[in-house]
Design a protein around this ligand. Structure first.
Ligand code: NDP
Length: 290
């Protein structure tokens, strides 16, 4: 079994992004600027936004956080999105999800200018992705593709099983893995909570991408020898022995599954860091597109 080390790969990509930013600046170009809108103070969202901002600093990118109380109205949030759309210094921005229940994720996502949508969630960018046109790819699927490339994992003709059909992970990665390209050219099965014979399907996977948010859901008896596993899931569970007060769990029971897998991502340190680095790459792309 070989570990797909997202932390190490992300660090290598960050060096490349930092070099590219220096090249752009040395030619008189501007420093890319990523802004993040953080609504409320949920532990996970604060951690994710902080990690994104720290990553910007590491590569020499400008970053800013717009903090809003969770009592903010949808109208106020949409006004902030409009302001960021018009701010010429901001190349790309994200609105950290999930949002409070009284605000529509869909409305907010659609209000972001597609040229600044570095999360790749806007319907225009999703549409372009479906048509295999150049665009911002959703950060987590993009991170998985980069891991596949960096570890030279063969994808052509393979059976790729995706568990979970969210619009930010499962659905886009299923599309990307079926594209006529590398990574891609897989035969893809997209599964979800209504799938009846899940184990039968996961057992036939050459590549298994799991994004459902149920800790250790995929167990060793559900996979075949040699499978390549991408575990997207992140669930926090309280753990007093940890400094942070919690422990992170993936959707895959790592110990058992890793004994059968040829490649597998750990949690943490697998897909998570690759998601962040993909956001940096998209922001660089947004800045260069001007
Ligand atoms: P969602 O929570 O939006 O959706 C979960 C999906 O899993 C749904 O499609 C659901 O099916 C499916 N599902 C639920 N139960 C089952 C089951 N028993 N069998 C098969 N499918 C099932 O997913 P997200 O993609 O937003 O998040 C998934 C996980 O990934 C979470 O832990 C999240 O924290 C993590 N995540 C990690 C990221 C990273 O950077 N590493 C980035 C984004 C998410 P249905 O559609 O039928 O309800």
């Amino acid at each position: 079994m070989q570990l797909l080390d997202g932390k190490k790969t992300a660090a290598e990509i960050k060096i490349e992004v930092a070099e590219e930013i220096q090249r752009v600046k040395s030619k008189g170009g501007k420093t890319p600027h990523l802004a993040a809108v953080l609504v409320g103070n949920s532990g996970a969202s604060v951690t994710y936004v902080n990690a994104k901002i720290t990553a910007c600093e590491t590569v020499g990118m400008h970053s800013s956080i717009v903090r809003m109380n969770d009592t903010v109205t949808e109208k106020e949030l949409l006004e902030e999105v409009d302001r960021l759309n018009k701010d010429n210094d901001v190349d790309g921005f994200i609105v950290q999800l999930p949002l409070p229940k009284h605000i529509s994720d869909k409305k907010v996502t659609e209000a972001i200018s597609p040229d600044k949508d570095v999360d790749g969630f806007h319907p225009w960018n999703i549409g372009k992705m479906m048509l295999n046109l150049p665009t911002f790819l959703p950060a987590t699927p993009y991170g998985i593709l980069q891991l596949i490339e960096r570890y030279n994992i063969e994808t052509t003709g393979k059976h790729c099983v995706v568990v979970g059909r969210s619009s930010i992970v499962g659905s886009p990665i299923a599309n990307l893995m079926s594209r006529n390209s590398y990574p891609g050219n897989c035969t893809v099965t997209l599964t979800h909570s209504r799938t009846v014979n899940l184990k039968e399907i996961t057992l036939s996977a050459d590549i298994l991408i799991v994004a459902l948010g149920k800790p250790e859901f995929i167990t060793a008896d559900m996979v075949s020898e040699g499978v390549v596993v991408f575990d997207v899931g992140i669930t926090r569970k309280a753990d007093k022995t940890k400094k942070s007060g919690y422990k992170l769990f993936g959707d895959v029971e790592f110990k058992g599954v890793s004994e059968k897998a040829s490649f597998i991502t750990p949690v943490p340190g697998g897909v998570g860091p690759m998601t962040i680095v993909s956001l940096l790459k998209n922001t660089l792309l947004a800045a260069k597109g001007k």
